[in-house]
Design a protein around this ligand. Structure first.
Ligand SMILES: *Cc1c(COP(=O)(O)O)cnc(C)c1O
Length: 360
């Protein structure tokens, strides 16, 4: 078996221990004679899986009791519609645009109401996070929306935007569980799990209870109404059972790693290895302002397209996979999520050094 170091932005690397455990349990989950894929979502066995997953996530993130945790389908993008449908009472929302995912969410919200872009970093290809200390928040805004970690551009918020009392909604798909966050600063936190937690298709929503109501936009599909899902404890219909089971294993894995403070320390250590190298390299350059660098997604360029392509190809031959950057940024991107071991980053930097020697 030859596992590579997989720097994909998503779906992305998962902890090897988790994959092995899942493999061991594939044919016979804990003596029940079937796999988790084959069991009823109404069985006690599955109730234990989803309840344990929720309890572990609550413990990891210190989620207060007045927040619901929903395990849903449709990925993060489905919530781009669900959020305005559930929250737009005045049909007004303020969006901060820091990349493609925020933009897509914003475009979707425009189908349902008046959307104000209160800040944007598009003027500099999303290489920074705008100052959000005194934004022109709309008086009648139902919520303020941010994408917390910008997977494509490699930036991350380090401060809670000043929403002037409005509900803050955050897409944390690519940074969830990489470091502690104070859940109470947010009305809604949601994440597609395929970046840092599990298999694609599952989206987890952490929603303050008072925001889960029957007062949704007319025409909201039953499945997209958070209250439907909350009242049924995420079991309104058949949930993505196997995906939830893997998420649960990753939550346990993070707990065994020491929780979110420990994850943060490890992630900072890993990111530092790469950023320190980029800061002194004569060939490679990071694309993001230092203050707003992501711990999870690290884009970099040589400035020469052909050389970038050569780098990606030669890295792959060394077992360093999926380093090609997003088409809108070019160059390279190393996604170094929770499950990327430090050795993977060290090996990448050693290879970058060698490549620089050979190509300068
Ligand atoms: C990947 C990603 C998405 C899209 O997730 P899907 O599950 O494919 O809909 C949305 N937001 C962010 C920040 C992402 O990284």
């Amino acid at each position: 078996m030859a596992r590579v170091y997989n720097f994909s932005a998503g779906p992305a690397v998962l902890p090897e221990e988790v994959l092995k455990e899942a493999a061991d349990e594939m044919l016979d989950y804990r003596g029940c004679g079937m796999s988790v894929m084959e069991m009823s979502h109404r069985s006690q066995m599955f109730a234990d899986i989803i309840e344990t997953a929720e309890a572990d996530l609550r413990e990891l993130m210190n989620i207060p009791d007045n927040y619901k945790v929903l395990f849903l389908q449709g990925g993060a993008s489905q919530q781009f519609s669900a959020i305005p449908m559930n929250l737009m009472k005045n049909k007004v929302a303020d969006y901060i645009i820091t990349g493609q995912w925020a933009k897509k969410a914003c475009q979707e919200a425009q189908r349902y109401g008046k959307v104000n872009i209160v800040a944007s970093s598009e003027d500099k290809t999303f290489t920074y996070i705008p100052d959000c200390s005194d934004l022109p928040i709309s008086d009648d805004a139902d919520y303020v929306y941010v994408c917390w970690n910008n997977t494509i551009y490699g930036t991350k918020y380090n401060k809670i935007p000043n929403t002037k009392g409005k509900i803050l909604v955050a897409d944390m798909s690519s940074s969830i569980l990489s470091e502690p966050v104070n859940v109470e600063d947010f009305g809604v936190i949601y994440f597609g799990v395929q970046k840092n937690v599990g298999p694609a298709g599952v989206v987890v929503c952490i929603i303050r209870e008072d925001l889960i109501t029957d007062d949704v936009l007319p025409g909201t599909p039953t499945m997209l109404k958070w209250k439907t899902q909350a009242d049924a404890d995420s079991l309104y219909n058949t949930p993505p059972c196997y995906g939830i089971y893997i998420c649960g294993k990753v939550f346990k894995w993070i707990k065994n790693q020491g929780g979110l403070e420990a994850m943060k320390e490890k992630n900072e250590e890993k990111a530092k290895i790469l950023y320190d190298f980029l800061d002194q390299s004569e060939l490679f350059k990071g694309t993001v302002v230092k203050e707003d660098r992501s711990l999870m997604n690290v884009p970099f360029v040589t400035g020469d397209k052909d050389l970038d392509a050569k780098f990606v190809a030669e890295a792959k031959a060394e077992g360093l996979e999926n380093l090609k950057g997003h088409r809108t940024v070019g160059g390279m991107r190393a996604s170094i999520y929770n499950a990327m071991p430090k050795e993977g980053v060290e090996k990448l930097v050693a290879f970058m050094k060698k490549f620089e020697e050979e190509n300068k």
